[in-house]
Design a protein around this ligand. Sequence first.
Ligand code: GAR
Length: 219
Amino acid sequence: MKRLVVLISGRGRNLQALIEAQRAGHLPVEFAAVISNRADAAGLDHARDAGIPAEVLPHAQFSDRAAFDTALAARLRELQSDIVVLAGFMRILTDDFVREFEGRMLNIHPSLLPKYAGLDTHRRALAAGDVEHGATVHFVTPTLDSGPSVIQGRFSIRPEDDAASLAQRAMEHIELKIYPQAVAWMARGELSLQDGAAVLRGRRLEQPATLDDLEDAFR
Ligand code: GAR
């Protein structure tokens, strides 16, 4: 069984979806720990309620970004983490940290990457007049939000949408489905990073998988 560590900073809805998928028998992982860089992250309670060790590594107590990342990497090593899942972990990671976990670390981002790396994605999609929006799971590589995409879900933007309604649909209809699916592929050894590309069941993904590729358990 692969050992999973989930890194969070906030509400932990994606974390909760992973916990539920594991409980339902769809995610063959053992949660080694949930780590937050903020003591007040509500998602820590999801971990505690599920009996998963909930740890806080407060970034503010470190002198700089490199010192925090060094401590985080050391903890992930101690935890013998096979897969690192960034689930609303709002930290920019140093290259050294990313390189150590490259190929074993996934992130979810609330946009149709490569559009809108960084913050404020829903507002930026509206401001650009986009007709579609969505979310993407990708491998983490040193350039922010730019690693090879694994799965992406999209939906139509409606005239009455605002940033909050987009965020809510992206979460409910896309994020909470595609992340457990991607982590399940990885846990089963069906997903890997090879020569800078995401490879799913032996096939190099020129385009990310879509909602059509979700297995029934994740729909
Ligand atoms: C999610 O929408 C996730 O895609 C986003 O933060 C939210 C966390 O929600 N992540 C990023 O913006 C990363 N750059 P959650 O804590 O309830 O899962």
